[in-house]
Ligand binder design. Structure first.
Ligand code: ATP
Ligand code: MG
Length: 247
């Protein structure tokens, strides 16, 4: 039991979710390290959603609303931390969900697939029976994509993505949206819209914003999208890490 007034309570609750997910067999050992790296950046960021992150989130949601086939890529960590929120976002945006694991094993994919079904989402892509193609014909395990999902998608949301894969995705004509607490990672640098924030804050906010933006004219959404500059926004995201005196 984590005491109510523990100063690291929220962070410890997330850590506990990751530990339990690891026990359940949906994570690879390196997933725990990836979570730890995220924790560090979040600590330095002050565990808050910054203004540049909010800006990127608005543009990301607008982009997914106007998309023909938006796809949300999920791995073990994303599933462990925000499965219900991801399902909520997919439903709100009519988006597909596709499983993509860095260290893919049939067993882990099967477990994750079952979890989504258990949580009420049946049509999950990237499973063991799904038709898999290679992006840009690159015969590399980092270039795989479901034929109905990322292979065909015009917009992909890739939370906690690996840099090699982000790089391959960035070479396609798809719009790549990442969620990564590290503004210096290859994933953040290669994406078209980089949200520097914790996935546990981002996805619920995306659901709320989707409900609002869905009622806006397409013209307004395109204005939002066209006025966005990711390079500038990433620079601003990095400046949010300035450690303030006394913090
Ligand atoms: P890259 O492969 O993009 O160059 P990396 O090798 O430094 O980055 P990985 O281990 O491949 O990093 O991916 C983990 C990334 O996910 C890290 O940048 C980490 O900060 C980020 N991350 C971990 N947990 C979260 C989270 N809860 N929310 C957002 N980002 C997270
Ligand atoms: Mg990496």
């Amino acid at each position: 039991m984590i005491p109510e007034n523990h100063p690291r309570r929220d962070s410890l609750i997330l850590r506990d979710k990751i530990v339990k997910a690891n026990d359940s067999g949906i994570l690879a050992p390196s997933s725990l390290i990836a979570h730890g790296r995220g924790e560090t950046f979040d600590y330095l960021l002050g565990e808050r959603t910054t203004l540049p992150a909010k800006r990127a989130i608005y543009v990301a949601v607008a982009t997914m609303i106007v998309a023909d086939n938006p796809v949300i890529s999920v791995n073990g960590n994303t599933t462990a931390l925000v499965i219900d929120e991801i399902i909520g976002l997919a439903n709100e945006l009519n988006a597909n969900i596709e499983i993509n694991l860095f260290y893919r094993t049939d067993e882990r994919v099967d477990k994750i697939e079952k979890l989504y079904r258990k949580h009420g989402f049946d049509d999950i892509l990237g499973g063991n029976d799904d038709e898999i193609k290679y992006l840009r014909s690159i015969k590399n395990p980092r270039a795989t994509a479901s034929k109905r999902g990322i292979y065909d998608a015009d917009v992909v949301l890739v939370p906690l993505e690996d840099g090699d894969r982000a790089e391959i995705l960035s070479k396609t004509d798809k719009t790549v949206i990442c969620v990564d607490l590290n503004p210096l990672s290859r994933t953040s640098r290669k994406s078209d819209i980089s949200i520097v924030d914790n996935i546990v804050r981002v996805i619920p906010l995306m659901v709320q914003i989707a409900r609002d933006l869905k009622n806006q004219d397409e013209e307004f959404l395109y204005e939002l999208i066209d006025s966005y500059d990711n390079e500038y926004n990433l620079k601003e995201s990095l400046e949010e890490f300035k450690i303030k005196e006394g913090y």
